[in-house]
Design a binder for this molecule. Structure first.
Ligand SMILES: [Zn+2]
Ligand SMILES: [Zn+2]
Length: 243
């Protein structure tokens, strides 16, 4: 009986979900829960070691477990560490982009799985109080219909022992897209773009800031700066892709 129901359910799912791989349009494996074919699925790999313990920057070559990149040696971030789940290249970049801009929501669950795996492995959740998604400017969120960072943050708190704090940290103004700016311009672009509505709620809290991607860290660092100014005891950053 249960077998028959399962079979019916899978037939029903096939009607709603694309039968082809969401990235290359090749054939998906029959019965697979993944929206990707086997080859593309292999491209959705956890961040390969070694990488910088502070900012997750991948390093080509040999390095010990406490390796820090030259960038981190000279730069003072407001967060303690940035944990990133995968490299922002190839299939991973394609999936994140489709999810964020093209409404490919069916890619969300397997991206979230990758994020949760990195979160479990590299963050001590007994020492975290709340998860704060990087907010979008209101008009931007309406245009995109959702905030991808908040979508991942909600998945995260369902799987891990932390509460969600969405809406307290907010974006006070729209900012130019960071993609075409250099590191200094990115920092300038987001300066003063975030604020806490009820700063006292962040007092002495241990916070994990969640975003979809980390490139220079300008955006998440500005969020961390505001949270620390509000009295947060510690801030860590967690993102899906590392650019
Ligand atoms: Zn594929
Ligand atoms: Zn680093």
């Amino acid at each position: 009986m249960i077998g028959a129901i399962k079979e019916w359910a899978s037939v029903a799912l096939e009607l709603f979900y694309p039968a082809d791989c969401a990235v290359c349009k090749g054939a998906r494996e029959p019965g697979s829960r993944s929206m990707l074919c086997r080859k593309c699925r292999e491209g959705l790999r956890p961040l390969p070691r070694p990488f910088c313990e502070r900012c997750s920057l991948p390093f080509d070559g040999q390095a010990g477990g406490d390796f820090r990149c030259s960038h981190c040696a000279s730069k003072a971030f407001s967060f303690e560490r940035a944990v990133c789940a995968c490299r922002l290249t190839g299939v991973a970049r394609d999936c994140i982009h489709r999810f964020k801009y093209n409404g490919a929501l069916w890619l969300g669950p397997e991206l979230a799985e990758l994020l949760i795996a990195a979160a479990r492995e590299r963050i001590e959740w007994e020492q975290v109080d709340c998860v704060v998604p990087v907010p979008l400017f209101r008009a931007r969120e309406r245009e995109r219909h959702f905030n991808q960072a908040e979508w991942f943050a909600r998945r995260l708190v369902r799987a891990l022992p932390a509460s969600l704090s969405a809406g307290n940290l907010w974006r006070t103004r729209d900012t130019e897209t960071q993609a075409l700016l250099n590191a200094a311009e990115r920092t300038e672009n987001v300066r003063g773009a975030f604020a806490a509505r009820r700063p006292a709620e962040f007092m002495r809290r241990r916070v994990v800031v969640v975003d979809d991607v980390f490139t220079t860290g300008a955006t998440t660092n500005e969020c961390a700066r505001v949270l620390r100014a509000a009295g947060a005891a510690s801030v860590m950053v967690l993102t899906l892709g590392r650019g």
